[in-house]
Design a protein around this ligand. Structure first.
Ligand code: AMP
Length: 458
């Protein structure tokens, strides 16, 4: 059985899946969707890219009774980014089911608007454990009608200290519910959560072919003083369109990004101290190709929806194999090939051995001095981002910005990249060599007949 229509899914869901162009089920869907639809508890080893979101989203949508104005499904995610991504996916699958109400409830967002939206219970809530727990405690959310509880990236939730909140949430919701647990790794702590929260779960684990076949893992021995050199040689040699560089300490994100910037790369740091707006800006620039190198800690990179990276570098070797597995999972998604390179000093070879044990084979060496012609070249990203101080609140739409740039400003559409419109700001990527021209023109002209402040980022 490998098509969605054979599983007994509601026609509305089959149509939605069809219109998304999914022809066959992914291995994780084939293995988990039937028991999910049977109402069984499921524990699945699955990571981003496996199609896990569709598996639980379809499962929970099948069970929603739209007529009943009660919370019926709760999805817990480790981060706001993942929660947003999951909410979007569920909405896409729910397009043919009228009046499904879904709410995303995450920490770090103001409580007031959330309370206002909770005047009537939604059918589905997707959120981070701390905030969901708070709403259940306050009584702004009612868990008594929950039929399905999903723990997405459960290992990450434990890493982030959400275990108590998760346990407390389970105490506050309907006693009889189905629990679907998805986790990229299966440490003992996850087994313990499953033992506490699940009843006779069906265990699903799918050999992910791209683990061995399309992600190439290499290591390079590098002592701390030469790490920046080694990294810039790797980047110059591989010329990745986008690369995620992992460091272990928050302070090193800035230091490594600054060093790369000095060497002519378009690099930015992503760490937990950034406020929401700075974090959004970093991610916008990475996604719209005006920054090629993102230097991040594991915590900061959690839940990021960054797919198909050609290269991931562990500037600092991961402290444990699970973390390493997560890092490597950022590359080679959806069948694309990827390269993961880790830097290890001579004192860290024991950690490398532990990783090799997990991978199952010794890692090949990356040539310490990859061949190159030795010339110093600039490695700037192809695009540059302009920020416009106007957004959805000004009824600004991507088309307005595109129109202003191609109309009055005389740019060609092909030189304009991704446009992201937020509540009060908008970001547009422009071919780097044309960014100044675009900036001048936008400043001189109008968007939607109004003057907005425009400035370059970075
Ligand atoms: P996920 O692992 O849930 O993050 O999904 C990874 C990506 O695969 C998403 O972009 C989905 O839209 C896509 N996807 C999920 N299931 C299928 C399928 N059966 N066929 C094709 N693409 C899929």
């Amino acid at each position: 059985m490998n098509t969605f229509s054979q599983t007994g899914l509601l026609p509305a869901l089959v149509t939605a899946v069809d219109s998304l162009g999914y022809e066959t089920m992914t291995p994780i869907q084939q293995a988990s969707l039937p028991p999910i639809l049977d109402g069984r508890d499921v524990i699945a080893q699955a990571r981003t890219g496996s199609g896990k979101t569709a598996a639980f989203a379809l499962g929970l949508l099948q069970k929603i009774d739209v007529e009943s104005i009660r919370l019926q499904a709760l999805v817990l995610c480790p981060t706001r980014e993942l929660a947003d991504q999951v909410s979007k996916a569920i909405r896409r699958f729910a397009v043919n089911i009228p009046n499904v109400k879904l709410l995303t409830l995450c920490g770090g967002m103001p409580l007031g608007p959330q309370l206002a939206s909770l005047e009537h219970d939604p059918h589905i809530v997707v959120g981070t454990p701390g905030r969901v727990q708070e709403h259940l405690k306050r009584g702004s959310l009612h868990g008594g009608g929950i039929k399905v509880l999903v723990l997405d990236e459960a290992d990450r939730m434990l890493d982030m200290g959400f275990e108590e909140a998760m346990d407390d949430i389970v105490k506050r919701i309907a006693k009889h519910h189905q629990t679907l647990l998805f986790s990229a790794t299966y440490p003992d702590s996850i087994r313990a959560v499953s033992a506490r929260m699940q009843q006779d779960p069906v265990s699903v684990s799918v050999e992910e072919t791209h683990d061995e076949t399309s992600i190439e893992q290499r290591f390079v021995e590098a002592e701390p003083p030469v790490k920046a050199d080694v990294l810039s040689r790797i980047l110059t040699h591989e010329k990745p369109e986008a690369v995620l560089v992992f460091v272990n300490m928050r302070k090193d994100t800035e230091a490594v990004a600054a060093e790369l910037d000095r060497r002519g790369f378009s690099a930015l740091a992503l760490h937990g101290d950034l406020d929401q707006r700075d974090r959004d800006e970093v991610l916008v620039r990475f996604a719209n190709r005006s920054c090629t190198v993102l230097v991040a800690t594991d915590v900061a990179a959690r839940g990021l929806d960054i797919a198909d990276l050609p290269l991931v570098v562990s500037y600092d070797i991961a402290h444990d194999p699970d973390t390493h597995t997560h890092r490597v999972g950022r590359t080679g998604r959806a069948g694309a090939t990827g390269l993961a390179i880790l830097l290890a000093s001579s004192r860290e070879l024991n950690k490398l051995r532990a990783i090799e044990e997990r991978v199952g084979t010794p890692l090949g060496r990356y040539p310490a001095k990859p061949a190159g012609d030795g010339r110093k070249v600039l490695n700037l990203a192809p695009m540059k981002t302009l920020v416009i101080d106007g957004g959805r609140k000004d009824k600004m739409r991507p088309g307005d910005i595109l129109g202003a740039l191609t109309g009055e400003a005389g740019l060609d559409g092909k030189d304009i990249g991704k446009i992201d419109v937020y509540a009060t700001r908008a970001y547009v990527a422009i071919r780097r060599d044309l960014a100044n021209k675009a900036l001048e023109r936008l400043r001189a002209g109008k968007i939607k007949g109004r003057n907005f402040r425009v400035r370059p980022l970075g």
